[in-house]
Write a protein of this length. Structure first.
Length: 257
């Protein structure tokens, strides 16, 4: 039984003192494949260092996170575009829209999001998409950027059932993370209704640790805790959840070995 963590910031920038231990704990927990999202240009050296150290387990994405869209976003995008030529990049991410903290640069966020969607289209790469308090705006953009191979994950899904149905009808999977284990989480009903065939597992480590570690630093090693909750919700075995979600992840992130 092996798991894939489709979204974890598992590099030294977030784990400066225990990076190797965190990776080894994940592997020991049967989380043998971990996808690393990019956040900004200064994330890239940490990202590539991690991948070079564990090339069989860690796989990089490239993208400008919406909360990192600042006045210099065009310069940031130029850096991202150069690194897309690296054949190790398995997806464009994490990209998207975030209106939770700040709405002053929403137009710049939209421009950056659309530019990066175009990169994925041109290179036939999937997406890891971050949406927070911006589903209407993000879906309006995604509707314009639809093509035959359009695919990816709505990372750390936080929408409702309507957004979930739209996503799976348009080539996306839902990234289900630690909040599904929280008491009274509406994600539980969404997972139950849409089924495991439409989800992938993720931690978003070091954020959003599942129960019983809520509020503490998250790790990819906690993926089985998320899978256990999904198994309980779905009436499946843990082995079935591991197998189905692994198959789903490999179908979307097709460059994974």
């Amino acid at each position: 039984m092996k798991f894939i963590d489709t979204h974890s910031h598992l590099y030294a920038e977030y784990y400066p003192e225990q990076f190797d231990q965190v990776v080894q704990r994940a592997i020991a927990a049967h989380v043998d494949t971990i996808l690393l999202p990019c956040v900004a240009a200064d994330t890239i050296p940490h990202l590539l260092d991690a991948v070079e150290k564990y090339p069989d387990n860690l796989f990089p994405m490239i993208g400008l996170h919406p909360t990192e869209v600042k006045k210099d976003y065009r310069e940031q995008l130029e850096v991202m575009e150069r690194y897309l030529e690296d054949p190790r990049m398995i997806a464009v991410g994490e990209i998207g829209l975030d209106l939770y903290h700040d709405t002053t640069l929403i137009e710049e966020q939209k421009i950056a999001f659309q530019q990066q969607l175009e990169w994925g289209r041109d290179l036939n790469l999937p997406f890891s998409i971050h949406i927070r308090d911006a589903y209407n705006e993000a879906i309006a953009i995604l509707k314009k950027y639809r093509w035959d191979s359009f695919s990816g994950v709505l990372h750390c899904f936080s929408g409702g059932i309507q957004e979930a149905r739209w996503a799976i009808d348009h080539g996306f999977l839902l990234g289900i993370a630690g909040p599904v284990t929280f008491k009274n989480s509406r994600l539980q009903e969404i997972v139950k209704e849409i089924g495991v065939e439409h989800i992938v597992l993720e931690t978003d480590a070091p954020f959003l640790a599942p129960m019983p570690y809520r509020g503490k630093r998250n790790e990819s090693a906690y993926i089985p805790l998320i899978a256990e909750k999904i198994a309980e919700i779905s009436g499946l075995t843990l082995e079935e959840v591991a197998r189905i979600t692994r198959k789903n992840a490999k179908a979307v992130f097709y460059k994974l070995p």
